[in-house]
Design a protein around this ligand. Structure first.
Ligand SMILES: COc1ccc([C@H]2OC(=S)NC2=O)c(OC)c1
Ligand SMILES: [Zn+2]
Length: 267
């Protein structure tokens, strides 16, 4: 069964606009963060970006066929300040990675890729009544992008997610994910970030995201990243060879920033 879209030569990012016209828009993500183009803005300093996530807000991990996704109860979560005019609630978080460690992030910084990129996806629950409605609005979603670089040690908080991957190897599988997660360990110590208006990075590529991309990466071990790459993009019932259908990469390369403003907050 051929996928509508994916990350192979036949259905990868360069083909998406054929079936998903928004993918050819002027407000697409990711982008290369050209630090020479970033402007400072005191309003970002005046309203420090702030978040609150109860450690028990995760409840399920799913193999979407494009990666893993942890679904969260948003009620007691909050993301505010910085580029945001309202309070946004956490809907889910997931990750993008590459086949080798020198690629995998979706955003790049002055052309540099990281090994992976974590996305924490929030929706504007002050203005809209559902995630679905928010995803059709220009200020509907707020995504925090966190770069991941290879470190010698395992990331203990990520290990709580990684330990569940063997239960969701095939597309469509899910598992309870009621772990206690210290989100502080999944976010960098520094609040230095870039922000710009962009889109979802997979089809239908709605242009509904206020992006915040942190400058400081967190670390993940090579072993942990290999576990991500063991996920399969096909269901258990799809009879394929053991090495076939592995999700070795699931990142979209950068799109032009065009005439969008790229703002920076931090030292
Ligand atoms: C329904 O929730 C989502 C969340 C994220 C995405 C993609 O956009 C970004 S950001 N990362 C992605 O994988 C999405 O695409 C349809 C839908
Ligand atoms: Zn993403």
């Amino acid at each position: 069964m051929s996928l509508d879209w994916g990350y192979t030569d036949d259905n990868g990012p360069s083909t998406w606009a054929e079936k998903y016209p928004l993918a050819a828009g002027a407000r697409q993500s990711p982008v290369d963060i050209d630090t020479s183009k970033a402007t400072s803005d005191n309003s970002l300093v005046d309203r420090e970006i702030d978040w609150s996530y109860p450690s028990n807000c995760s409840y399920r991990i799913v193999n979407t066929g494009y990666g893993w996704r942890v679904d969260t109860y948003g009620d007691d979560t909050a993301l505010s300040g910085g580029p945001l005019s309202e309070v946004y609630k956490l809907e889910q978080f997931h990750c993008h990675w590459g086949a080798t460690n020198d690629e995998g992030s979706e955003h790049t910084v002055d052309g540099k890729s990281y090994a992976a990129e974590l996305h924490l996806v929030h929706w504007n629950s002050e203005k809209y009544s559902s995630f679905k409605e928010a995803a059709s609005q220009p200020d509907g979603l707020a995504v925090l992008g966190v770069f991941m670089e290879i470190g010698n040690a395992d990331n203990a908080e990520l290990e709580k997610i990684i330990s569940l991957i063997p239960k969701i190897i095939h597309k469509g599988q899910d598992s309870q994910a009621s772990f206690d997660l210290d989100f502080g360990s999944l976010l960098p110590e520094s609040k230095h970030y870039w922000t710009y208006l962009g889109s979802l990075t997979t089809p239908p590529c709605n242009e509904c995201v206020i992006w915040t991309v942190f400058k400081e990466p967190i670390t993940i071990s090579e072993r942990q990243l290999e576990v991500f790459r063991s996920l399969k993009s096909v269901g258990e019932e799809d009879a394929i060879e053991p090495e076939e259908g592995k999700l070795v990469k699931n990142y979209r390369p950068p799109l032009p920033l065009g005439n969008r403003v790229l703002r920076e907050c931090g030292p």
